[in-house]
Write a protein that binds this ligand. Structure first.
Ligand SMILES: Cc1cc2nc3c(=O)[nH]c(=O)nc-3n(C[C@H](O)[C@H](O)[C@H](O)COP(=O)(O)OP(=O)(O)OC[C@H]3O[C@@H](n4cnc5c(N)ncnc54)[C@H](O)[C@@H]3O)c2cc1C
Length: 363
């Protein structure tokens, strides 16, 4: 057996990886991408530490999942995930520069494909539990600070928490899954960070309580040259909206899309920067950048969580292959090509849809 492989029970018996400990894999970030990577690595017998800066799973956007996410989640969560699934839908009402019409996802011999809403706090919690069960050591309230770089190679990172003080974790592979925080890109400089691939895009989103029967069967996205609005039922009597303005617009804190006019806002609206970004250095010998940290598009691309899960899974699989003797340069090149091909295809497609609206800056 490869010396880098471990029995998951031995890690538990041996206690947590501590200051200066060498592990096989350090995963920074415990969202869908980081959990997928940690599950695949730990299940493959690699000693894996996942560091997440939050003290527990949080409510976060990213709840409308593409039908393709179902089989990926089934592979990662063999005990199922029905408990986190809310409303289901067979397609989306799309009015992109014209009258809305229903666009089904498609179907096969088993019937129509269905997208679904998930409770992100609970989905992220299930994925973290599965990573633990697979043998990963999950450290919550643990922020990854600067990377350790030796001879141009990332060899680990300094971390803070849980509790006071810092620790050093050396790892044969470091996986950046820090989402929009883009830890490695920021720490390793502008070339690694990559440049924005769209004009600056700010999205506003929020939730509303009440009844909006028109939105119960399927979400809707309606766009014109001023921007787009997404509306969806998340669960019974609870709806989500998102608004991305392509033309600057002042909106009050109580603004709701017209179709939710009779509903009660649930808390103040929130905002997020969803400018498209592609990491300039998504992989090298001993490191991978996965999920939003590797490639981020705005939510109209509709599969951020699916891409996060798939990229974490792919990077985890390549990490295990390297531990089994595969060439690390080749593994990094394979990941870079996989990520860039998919992301460039999505960027090209999405830029075309914005250009058709007459939006500026999407060449
Ligand atoms: C408003 C909005 C709506 C969206 N709607 C959808 C949708 O309907 N469907 C969809 O598929 N996608 C949607 N997305 C996109 C989706 O949320 C993301 O693509 C997905 O969450 C990315 O997963 P991730 O694991 O890469 O990152 P995240 O889910 O962001 O997880 C990153 C984790 O890293 C942790 N972290 C950050 N820095 C550090 C550090 N230094 N040390 C340790 N931990 C750290 C964070 O706390 C976080 O837990 C939406 C995004 C936004 C902004």
């Amino acid at each position: 057996m490869d010396a880098r492989r471990h029995d998951p029970d031995q890690v538990r018996a041996g206690g947590p990886a501590g200051d200066g400990t060498v592990v096989d894999v350090l995963v920074a970030g415990g969202g869908p991408a980081g959990c997928a990577a940690a599950i695949v690595c730990a299940a493959g017998g690699l000693r894996t530490v996942l560091a997440e800066r939050a003290d527990g799973p949080r409510d976060r956007p990213g709840e409308a999942l593409h039908p393709g996410a179902e089989s990926v989640l089934a592979g990662l969560l063999p005990d199922g995930f029905a408990s986190v699934v809310g409303a289901r839908h067979e397609g989306i009402h799309v009015g992109w520069g014209g009258e809305p019409r229903f666009e089904p996802f498609g179907s096969d011999a088993d019937g129509p494909w269905r997208g679904f809403q998930v409770d992100r706090r609970r989905l992220d919690g299930l994925l973290l539990d599965r990573a633990r069960q697979a043998g990963a050591e999950v450290r919550m309230s643990c922020r990854v600070l600067e990377p350790l770089v030796e001879g141009g190679v990332v060899t680990g990172a300094r971390t803070r928490g849980p509790g006071p003080g810092t620790a050093t974790i050396r790892a044969r592979t470091v996986i950046d899954a820090t989402g929009r925080a883009r830890w490695a890109g920021r720490a390793l400089g502008p070339a690694a960070a990559g440049r924005p691939r769209s004009p600056r895009l700010l999205i506003r989103y929020g939730y509303a309580l009440g009844a909006s029967p028109a939105r119960d069967a399927a979400p809707a996205i309606v766009a014109d040259h001023t921007g787009w609005t997404w509306t969806a039922r998340v669960e019974a009597a609870r709806y989500q909206w998102m608004r991305l303005d392509l033309v600057p617009e002042q909106r009050s804190r109580t603004w709701l899309p017209e179709e939710f006019a009779g509903l009660t806002p649930e808390g103040p609206p929130r905002a997020a920067d969803v400018t498209w970004r592609l990491s300039g250095a998504p992989a090298g010998p001993g490191w991978f950048v996965v999920g939003d940290a590797g490639a981020q598009l705005d939510p109209s691309s509709s599969h951020g969580v699916l891409r996060a899960l798939l990229s974490g899974w792919t990077a985890g699989g390549l990490t295990a292959a390297v531990a089994d003797g595969a060439n690390p340069h080749q593994a990094a090149a394979t990941y870079r090509q996989w990520l860039y091909e998919g992301a460039e295809r999505d960027i090209h497609h999405l830029a075309g849809t914005y250009a058709r609206l007459g939006a500026r800056g999407f060449g």
